[in-house]
Each structure stands twice: as structure tokens, then as C-alpha cells.
Write a protein that binds this ligand. Structure first.
Ligand code: SAM
Ligand code: DTB
Ligand code: SF4
Length: 327
């Protein structure tokens, strides 16, 4: 080969892999008869996971309310008049006490959430201490603190953080109708920093916000086509919060929620798909349909961040009735 043609070959970018999924392919999944869709999702699930094991994370809001951002679904935005009271960062001993209770009740991971656009370095130091102490209890650790600044992901990794939760929430097209104070690209930026720091990525979204099925498919594509798909994918059903612009949103057909779980499972075969917010309003049977569709993770404990979650006795009974084990 001549030198000039060699140069031409090496000028071709080598590192632009074709997208793994298209929106059209995900929409085709959504359009399958439900039984066929669940059958496919079950096949993918069983090829990658123990189908009778469900991972359980307990959430704690370590800094509640007063957030500068305008996310239209959120009880914690300072811009909406909701029942959520603003609270200061929780003291370390209270966080550790809550993590101990969560561990005793059978959660394997403890997720600490803060209502920030992103952490100030001084606040991050307090969170790092929480991560260290929760980790020392023998639990997996997760935090969700908003957008990270330079060097912050590295500090979290050093403190022993296992997962960082940062949801894309919806697809790039619909994002601007939900949130105006930051962009979808800002969210992707933080996910990249988390990935580069070697922390597991937890990223998913909310459905029932008035988005179209195409937007839901778009979210799944954008998550699945990340350079590496998130290890954990929470699918939240909107919890309508009085006082927010989404307070009176029409409820989504529950089967559309099940379809979204199944499509996420098929598009991200080796990710843990989490049946997240909205479980309190679901029957045991609907939750079971979500597990059949490939959900294998959930929030466990009587509260999410500011809203309720099924109590642990109800969840324990459901696990026993289904013969499911917690991991
Ligand atoms: N401030 C940080 C952030 O935005 O990433 C962390 C906390 S924020 C409350 C975490 C996630 O909770 C949001 O990205 C959203 O997916 C979910 N969430 C918040 N309010 C919700 C609601 N009313 N219904 C369903 N999910 C909700
Ligand atoms: C996620 O995807 N869902 C959780 C967690 N990550 C932080 C939060 C759900 C919040 C539901 C509304 C509330 O309790 O305020
Ligand atoms: Fe703030 Fe997070 Fe709520 Fe948005 S979702 S208002 S960033 S706490």
C-alpha cells in the first residue's frame, strides 16, 4: 500500500461504533402484543440474571428541599409551593443510624440523596464522610447529589462510593419541557465524569410526565447507547406532587409502564432495571408483572425521598409469596 493511501485509511475514525439501538427498534418492541414482549424480556432476563433474585436499595434524603432547579415533577424545587419543608444537611450520626436500620431490615445498598443542583466542595466533604461510614457497615453505597464539578467524582471514588445516581429523566427532545435550569447535555457530562472515575453508573428516568411513547423509547435508546450502558437503570413512575406543574398529570396506563420496563430490559440486558418511584400506588400483581418484564431491583423502606414507598412488611410478604430472594 502506498504511503498516501495508508494515511487515508488511518484518517478514518476508528472509535465511532454504530449506535446499538434505534428509536424505531425500541418502538417496535413497544408495539408487540404484551405477552410477546414479556416473553422476549423474560428470555433476555433469564440469560443474564437469576430471575428469582431482586436487589434492594434503601433511600435517605440527607438534604431536603430548597433546590435551585426547576424540575417540573419535583417536590424539592424552591420554585414550587409544595408541602416539602427545607432541611439542612443531616448530621453524620443520624445518617449512619438510618443505614444500620436499613441493613438490619435487609437492604444491600444505601442511597443518599441531596436536593442540590450540585454539591459545594464543603458539602461534598460531609457526604464523603457519610460514604466512608456507610461503606464500613458492609453496605454498598450510592449517592445522588446533582451535577458534579471538576475532581468531585474522583473524591467520591476514593471515599469508596459504589454507585452514583444521576437520571437522564427523559429523552433529549422532551427534556426542555420539563427542566429549563440545566440541560440534557449537562446530565450527560456528569455521567461521563462518574464513568471516568470508575464509579458504577445508576441512570434512568421518569415516565408519566406527558411525554410521548417516542420520548420514552428515546430515553431508553439514549441510556442503552451510552459508551457503556448504566449498571443500574431506575424507571420511575411520576408521583404527582401537589404544587408542582405536574400535580394534575393524567395517569399513565400501567401496561405502558410494564412495556417500558420490558423495553429497558431488552435494550440493556446486563443492567439492573429498578422498579422505582410509584410502587406505593401499584398492586402486588402489577409489581409482579414488572418483575416478569425484567425489573430486578427496587427501593426498599417506607420512604423514597419525600414521598412514601410500600412498607417493608408488605414487601417482605410479597417476596415470600413469590418465592423471590433479596440480594
Ligand atoms: N438533585 C439530584 C438530581 O436531580 O439528580 C438528586 C435528587 S433527584 C430528587 C433524583 C431523582 O428523583 C430525579 O432525577 C427523578 O428521576 C426522581 N424524582 C424526583 N421527583 C420525582 C417524582 N415526583 N416522581 C418520580 N420520580 C421523581
Ligand atoms: C431514582 O431514580 N428515584 C429515586 C432515587 N433515584 C433518588 C427518587 C424518587 C423520588 C420520588 C419522589 C420523592 O420521594 O420525592
Ligand atoms: Fe433539584 Fe434534583 Fe429536584 Fe431537580 S430533581 S429540583 S435538581 S432535587
Amino acid at each position: 500500500m502506498q504511503a498516501s493511501s495508508l494515511a487515508a485509511v488511518s484518517a478514518v475514525p476508528q472509535s465511532t461504533p454504530a449506535p446499538r439501538w434505534t428509536v424505531a427498534e425500541i418502538l417496535d418492541l413497544y408495539e408487540l402484543p404484551l405477552m410477546d414482549l414479556i416473553w422476549r424480556a423474560q428470555g433476555v432476563h433469564r440469560a443474564n440474571f437469576d430471575p428469582n433474585a431482586i436487589q434492594r436499595s434503601t433511600l435517605l434524603s440527607v438534604k431536603t428541599g430548597g433546590c435551585s432547579e426547576d424540575c417540573s415533577y419535583c417536590s424539592q424545587s424552591a420554585r414550587y409551593d409544595t408541602d416539602t419543608q427545607r432541611e439542612r444537611l443531616m448530621p453524620l450520626n443520624e445518617v449512619v443510624a438510618a443505614a444500620k436500620v436499613a441493613k438490619e431490615k435487609g437492604a444491600s445498598r444505601f442511597c443518599m440523596g441531596a436536593a442540590w443542583k450540585g454539591p459545594k466542595d464543603s458539602d461534598l466533604d460531609s457526604v464523603l464522610a457519610m460514604v466512608r461510614e456507610v461503606k464500613a457497615l458492609g453496605m454498598q453505597t450510592c449517592v445522588t447529589l446533582g451535577m458534579l464539578g471538576e475532581g468531585q467524582a474522583g473524591k467520591l471514588k476514593e471515599a469508596g462510593l459504589d454507585y452514583y445516581n444521576h437520571n437522564l429523566d427523559t429523552d433529549k427532545e422532551f427534556y426542555g419541557q420539563v427542566i429549563k435550569t440545566h440541560t440534557h447535555d449537562d446530565r450527560l457530562d456528569t455521567l461521563e465524569q462518574v464513568r471516568e472515575a470508575g464509579i458504577n453508573v445508576c441512570s434512568g428516568g421518569i415516565i408519566g410526565m406527558g411525554e410521548s411513547r417516542k420520548n420514552r423509547a428515546g430515553l431508553i435508546v439514549q441510556l442503552a447507547n451510552l459508551p457503556k450502558p448504566p449498571e443500574s437503570v431506575p424507571i420511575n413512575n411520576l408521583v404527582p406532587i401537589p404544587g408542582t406543574p405536574m400535580a394534575d398529570n393524567e395517569r399513565l396506563d400501567p401496561f405502558e409502564f410494564v412495556r417500558t420496563i420490558a423495553a429497558a430490559r431488552i435494550a440493556m440486558p446486563s443492567s439492573w432495571v429498578r422498579l422505582s418511584a410509584g410502587r406505593q400506588e401499584m398492586s402486588d400483581e402489577l409489581q409482579t408483572l414488572c418483575f416478569l418484564a425484567g425489573a430486578n431491583s427496587m427501593f426498599y423502606g417506607d420512604r423514597l425521598l419525600t414521598t412514601g414507598n410500600p412498607d417493608v412488611d408488605r414487601d417482605d410478604q410479597l417476596f415470600a409469596r413469590l418465592g423471590v430472594k433479596a440480594v
